[in-house]
Design a binder for this molecule. Structure first.
Ligand code: BT5
Length: 269
C-alpha cells in the first residue's frame, strides 16, 4: 500500500528547500513488514543513494539480533535510508554511531531544552529511557558492500505500554505535538552531514559532539564483556571502560546495561 500519510507529505518540499540529497525519492507507506526490507529490496534492484522509505506501520519491525521494534500506527517515525556513500569497511560499523548522533540532534531540535543523549552503540535516550533506535544493515555482493541501509525508529507520540519503564517519546517531553515532517527533514539533513563525515574520516570526525552527547560517560556499566565505568568512545567507535582494577577495556559490540538500572530491575532490555 502506498497511500501517503498526509502530515509527512510536506517533507518533500522542505527537503528540496534544504538541498538535501537524502529523501529523494521519499516513499511514504501505510504498511510494510519493515522499512529496512523495502530499502534492501530496492538496493538490490539498483535504487540510488538517498532513496528513503517511511511507514506508518511495520508488521515485522526489527532491532538488532532478531529483537523486535514495536510502534503503534502513527505514533512513531519509522524511516530507512539507502546510502551508497563510499566507505572503508572499517568505518561501516561506525555509521550506526553517526546515525545515532544525527537522530539525537534531530530529536533535540524537536524538544528544545531536553537533554537528549546517545547511548552507545545505537540508542537515543532521555534520562536513561530509550526514545529512538538505529539499525544499520549492509547489502553486499560477495565481500563488497554495495549499499548501507540506515533504519531509524523514533517514538514521537506514544510508545508501547509494555515498555513504560524503559522508553519515552518526544511528545512525552512536553510542549506542542511534534511536527513529524519537520522532524523527518531535520533527521535526513543531520544524517547526510554525519554519515558523510564518518564515512570519510571515521567516528573521529564527530568525536567532540559524540563525547558531549554520550549517555554512558562516567556511568557504571556492565555487559557480557565485564563491568566498570564508561570513560568514553574511542576513534574506532569502541566503548572505553575502566575496570575496578583500573585496567582499560575496549568493547566493540554488545549490550550495555547501566549498573543502576540492573540493580533497579531484574530485566535489562
Ligand atoms: C534498535 O535495536 O534499537 C534498532 C531499532 C530500529 C528500528 C527501525 S524502525 C525503521 C527500521 N525498520 C526496522 O524494521 N527497523 C528500523 P535494539 O538495540 O536491538 O533494540 C531493540 C529493543 O528495543 C527491543 O528488544 C525492546 O526492548 C526495545 N524497543 C522495542 N520497541 C521500542 C520502542 N518503540 N521504544 C523503545 N524501545 C523499544
Amino acid at each position: 500500500m502506498t497511500r501517503a500519510p498526509s502530515d509527512l507529505e510536506r517533507a518533500r518540499d522542505l527537503l528540496t528547500e534544504r538541498g538535501c540529497a537524502l529523501g529523494s525519492p521519499l516513499v511514504l507507506l501505510d504498511e510494510t513488514t519493515s522499512t529496512n526490507d523495502e530499502a534492501k529490496r530496492a538496493a538490490k534492484a539498483g535504487a540510488a543513494h538517498g532513496a528513503t522509505w517511511v511507514a506508518e506501520r511495520q508488521t515485522a519491525g526489527r532491532g538488532r539480533q532478531g529483537r523486535a521494534w514495536v510502534a503503534a500506527p502513527g505514533d512513531a517515525l519509522l524511516v530507512s535510508v539507502l546510502v551508497r556513500t563510499p566507505c572503508p569497511p572499517a568505518y561501516v560499523p561506525q555509521l550506526a554511531l553517526a546515525a545515532g548522533l544525527a537522530a539525537r540532534d534531530a530529536v533535540a531540535l524537536a524538544a528544545p531544552g531536553v537533554d537528549v543523549r546517545v547511548k552507545w552503540p545505537n540508542d537515543v535516550v532521555v534520562e536513561g529511557r530509550k526514545l529512538a533506535g538505529v539499525l544499520v544493515e549492509g547489502v553486499s555482493t560477495g565481500a563488497r558492500v554495495d549499499a548501507i541501509i540506515v533504519g531509524i525508529g523514533i517514538n514521537v507520540r506514544a510508545f508501547p505500554p509494555e515498555l513504560a519503564e524503559r522508553a519515552t517519546s518526544i511528545d512525552r517531553m512536553g510542549g506542542a505535538p511534534t511536527d513529524r515532517a519537520a522532524l523527518l527533514v531535520e533527521l535526513l539533513v543531520a544524517l547526510e552531514r554525519d554519515l558523510g563525515l564518518v564515512a570519510a574520516r571515521g567516528v573521529a570526525a564527530v568525536r567532540a559532539r559524540l563525547a558531549a552527547a554520550d549517555a554512558l560517560l562516567g556511568e557504571s556499566v556492565a555487559s557480557d564483556a565485564g563491568a566498570g565505568v564508561a570513560v568514553g568512545i574511542d576513534d574506532d567507535g569502541r566503548l572505553v571502560v575502566r575496570g575496578d582494577d583500573g585496567a582499560i577495556a575496549r568493547w566493540s559490540s554488545g549490550e550495555v546495561h547501566l549498573a543502576r538500572d540492573v540493580s533497579a530491575r531484574s530485566t535489562t532490555r
